[in-house]
Design a binder for this molecule. Structure first.
Ligand SMILES: [Zn+2]
Length: 264
């Protein structure tokens, strides 16, 4: 093959390739505009899959092999708003959230009285109890985590107690705990159940281990208890004047839960 033949055959090859490429390029262009929608749907489906199944939050990794520490049942009771001013940087928004008030009665003092009496009663039954302030030590585990609060409202007629489980409950046990608590708390205090559980309750910062280091262990069964309204005269007769009734209500629910879980 001489030089001109080589040039000629290269030219022919190029011409054939061009003839083949032009229609095929345009057909790719047409079909790609149709494919675009499908690609995006695939992407969305893929990210849903990642969110729902395959992606695991770093704080949940390895927990399928996790076992509770041996020893007696352990209950953590957080005194709502206690030492709020010392909240860490990630929770700085809580520093000025000192809770409800009625006259010179602060919510913290009410929460603290109820929490202390709950602790005494539970310890008498062989339960280990840790009282916690606003700041929870990172990765703190207890079999039960309870946040104790009291409500306040400009409407002095607003009354009743509310108990809620976390919006995202990795323990799977929080609804059972809440059922036991609701039943016992109503029986022991005679207060009415206020069904208006708020977004702030189910999204309580201490439940949010996805976002905050200073939050409860994902596998703790958790609940937040709004013990009654500090701004309501009837509720005050219990939560301020007879906090032992509130404590008994909480203890009854916690004990029933621990027994159901074979922890007590
Ligand atoms: Zn509060």
């Amino acid at each position: 093959m001489n030089y001109s033949n080589i040039v000629m055959s290269m030219f022919v090859v190029a011409l054939v390739a061009f003839a083949w490429l032009v229609p095929s390029t345009s057909s790719v262009a047409v079909s790609s505009s149709g494919h675009h929608v499908i690609d995006q749907e695939d992407l969305v489906n893929q990210s849903r899959e990642v969110q729902q199944e395959k992606w695991i939050h770093p704080r949940l990794r390895g927990l399928e092999l996790w076992q509770r520490p041996s020893g007696p049942p352990h209950v953590a009771i957080q005194v709502g708003h206690l030492e709020a001013a010392s909240a860490p940087e990630e929770l700085r928004a809580l520093r000025r959230n000192t809770g409800a008030q009625f006259g010179d009665v602060t919510e913290v003092s009410v929460n603290q009285n109820i929490a202390r009496q709950t602790k005494e009663l539970l310890e008498a039954r062989g339960v280990k109890v840790t009282l916690l302030p606003v700041t929870i030590p990172p990765n703190f585990y207890a079999d039960v985590f309870l946040a104790v609060h009291a409500d306040g409202s400009e409407n002095v007629a607003a009354n009743g107690y509310k108990i809620a489980a976390p919006r995202r409950d990795a323990s799977g046990n929080a609804p059972v705990l809440v059922d036991f608590l609701e039943k016992s708390y109503g029986q022991q205090t005679g207060l009415v159940r206020d069904p208006k559980v708020t977004w702030n309750m189910i999204g309580y910062y201490a439940f949010n281990w996805r976002r905050y280091d200073h939050s409860m262990h994902p596998l703790s069964a958790a609940a937040i208890v709004e013990t009654g309204f500090l701004t309501n005269a009837g509720d005050r007769k219990v939560i301020v004047e007879q906090p032992e009734k509130s404590a008994l209500g909480i203890v009854g629910g916690v004990v029933a839960y621990l027994e159901a879980e074979d922890l007590l």
